[in-house]
Design a protein around this ligand. Sequence first.
Ligand SMILES: Cc1cc2nc3c(=O)[nH]c(=O)nc-3n(C[C@H](O)[C@H](O)[C@H](O)COP(=O)(O)OP(=O)(O)OC[C@H]3O[C@@H](n4cnc5c(N)ncnc54)[C@H](O)[C@@H]3O)c2cc1C
Length: 939
Amino acid sequence: MKYDVIIIGAGLSGLTAGIQLVKSGKKVCLLEKHKIPGGYATNFTRKGFNEKFYTFDSSIHTISGFNKNCSVYKTLDNLGILKNIEILENKQYTTIIKNSKETIDIPNNFEEFKIMLIKNFPNFSSNINSLFEFIKNLYEDMKDLILKSDAPKYQTELESISLYDFLKKYVDDENFIEIFSYLCSYLGLPPKDLNAFYYMVAISSFLLGGSYYIKGGSGHITKIMKNELEKHNANIHLSSEVIEIHSQNDKIISVTTKNKEVFEAYEFIFACDPNHIFSLIKNNTIINDYVNKLKFLEKSISASQLYIALDCSTKEVDINTSHLFINNLSHQDSYANIKAGNFENSNFELTAYDQMDCDLNKNGSFLCVSSADFITNWPERNTEMYKQKKEQISQLFLEKVLKFFPKIKQHIQVLEFATPRTMQRYTNNTNGSILGWAQNIQQGGFNRPSFKTPFSNAITIGAWSYPGGGFEGVISSSILGVNRILSKKENSNNIKNEILPLNVIMDGMVAKFNPANAVDKHIIYKFIFDGYNPIYLEIKDNTAKLLSAEPSHVDTTITTTHETWYKIAFNELSGQDALMDGLVSCSGNLRNFASMPKIFDKEIPDNFSSNETNNSSNEPNTSNSNDNNVSENNTKEIENTFTKELMPIKAIMNGMLAGFDSSKAEGLDIRYKFSFDNQKPVYLEIKNNTAKLLSREPSKIDTTIITTHETWHRIAFEGLDGEDALMDGLIKCEGNLKNFALMPTLFNTSEEEDNSTSPNLKLNPVIWVSLALVPWIFYWITHNIFSPSIVSAFSILYTTFFINFIKPKNFRSITKLESINLAAFSIYNLASFLNPVLFKNIISPFFLDIVLILTLFISAGTNSSVMSEYSKISFHPSVTKTKLFKIINRNLTLLWALVFAIRFILMLVIPSPLNNLSYLVIMLGIIISYFYPKSKLGH
Ligand SMILES: Cc1cc2nc3c(=O)[nH]c(=O)nc-3n(C[C@H](O)[C@H](O)[C@H](O)COP(=O)(O)OP(=O)(O)OC[C@H]3O[C@@H](n4cnc5c(N)ncnc54)[C@H](O)[C@@H]3O)c2cc1C
């Protein structure tokens, strides 16, 4: 029998997906390696010393997403899974015992947690308020994630930054960050390594949506799911590990299980670790790139857990809350110690299950001591070393708990210890990873490998897919993944034959126009389909119509294939996914593309048929439409104002490279092509943790960025956000859009002030005045003793000294050329003093004065010193300041050229010794050069 869908893995994600599919009328088969379903989400039982049985929950401590307003809850409820399940809300504090003495109670509630933090960090009260406001907005945006088609609003802002750096922006206090990051113990990475998006979504969900436990344990929900599947005639094969996967070209055909059974299906879902699954596919080179990419990704931590059954309640052994964190070290240090196998000196967590579900164990209670762990800490299973280590670490965990709760000792009935090897053994998750791919800075959010595989009829879901591990994450992942399959009409083989003509698709879209979602909108779309004449669609005055002639302007141009548009129109593919996967490219205002699902969301009337108004659009394209001009109107306008100030492309690109952060490029292999206006394309390669510009076009380009010189300059220096530029149509991106989204992480373009490279705007006036006065006073005191040449040499050396050593580093670098001139000038003066005869004979005394003045003028004209210094030394993000700086520097150089020119004239026309009054001009110049940049920079 050929199934509609085969799901490999009956963990939480596989079971959820199965129910969705059977309820949509699909013939489903689940293949599970273990003898019970659930994966990590299972219960197990053990007999106590008192001959009574105790139930343990193998994984969950607490879960999010089960608030009635959350999309996970709503979907499970709609699927009928929740009718036999009681969800218990956990309102107790989460307690942190710090350094064995200090106790911090963290309320499981948004307002109370905020108040608690403000009380403890009063100096940051307003920033804490802003942080919590952000959490509120994030929650509102995320809680319906899986029911809406828009991308999460804050994702790009958060996914390229560590939790630590993100929190620091609000409250720059290590203690605060440590407390606020308390959930890190559950999420697998310490704050400096954890992706801010992942943490902030998790904490917002817990604080605003609530923290829950499932009555009966996680094994109960997976048991109910199994029953529901069987009720709907799904085939669940337990103890049926898939050991071979057979494929042909880009399709999976069948799978073979350990008991030599072969199963066939049209579609496949991998609800388990893709590292493992892809090792079962042989002789198909289509997977090579994908598998190579996976190799470089970091896997999440594993865990070790000591399960303790007690013959009394946990309250009786003085544990007063369900969740306890025993933190003797910072998250960061504890993580490092565990990684090094130092369990003696690391944090751990305690979960008292009876305080969430008092009926889980009628004969007492169950307590779990958990710690993050790494498989590398553990010898191979079944070896003597492994057994010994297991015994030793289990004992250590017990001792650690007994130190805090000694009464436990008399009540122990069962002790069971699970290591990363246990986790791996039961689930095939590589390294016993408990949350799929690590949620580090690079791999969070959109940067996670998600559903797509190299096969057109297979997707991955669950902890290793999007959005990530944990109950809420894997259930969301199943729902999103299955929607992809359900929206495919039939076996995708047939799509080509069934595809509707373009004019019918477009008429269908117009028929779905919903005026309520397009109030006040005026948008003109242009569609370019493979080889057809463009189609124009106008939204105006609450109507949508296809235009028969080319309009005078277009807001958004969508380029794709007939087949892709067909799939999007008939919900077989989400527009956003198609854009991310490079199947659709969009230029002009990208927001108009993003709002299409809303604008065209009306149910198609039953009697809908094409009115065939747009026959012309179905003709093959004969006109030579070139749509590579990005937002022409916008750009031209800007170009007029700015062209003169633009830094050359080469300098911008070099500047970008200077800001390259190799630590963020681990495992990346990307080739970018940049097309700027009509200039020669620039190719950039990220490989082996380095970034370099290529001198010729590489054989493969992953991402092409088409924009104007002006836009790129603004992104590089003026703080224009790349994503906004994309949205506003100033940039067009072809190929893998994720690589574009990755750029701010790879090339440090943060707007933070970098003291080493930014101008010091607080120059001490005393220094400047003394700079001006000292040479002059020196002259008046000494002119009778020393010759004017010596005085001149001194004063200029003095000035040079100040420019080079007293003034800030950056100012020093940008005025390098000028200070070299000054130094040369003073050396000349000195030399002419030491050997007046020679100099008088060789060079006119005024010769170097003239040279100096000329070079200053040239320097002002070309500004070369500033340009090269800037692109070499730093890639400073603040465009405004950079541009201003250029102007300031040019004008200052000009000023000094004028100063010396006037002094020179004065020396010629005023008789000695009065001509030394010319130093007054220098003083004036110095004073102006102090006030001028300040006034320009607005400080
Ligand atoms: C110790 C621990 C504590 C946790 N605590 C929490 C928590 O407090 N809150 C929370 O939300 N989440 C928690 N999690 C995470 C959560 O349990 C998981 O993210 C989630 O259960 C993963 O579900 P899944 O379906 O993606 O994968 P899995 O549970 O890993 O299921 C994969 C399934 O595929 C099967 N399989 C693998 N290979 C094959 C094959 N070749 N053939 C057939 N079957 C195969 C496996 O046997 C398994 O049943 C915890 C996890 C652990 C381990």
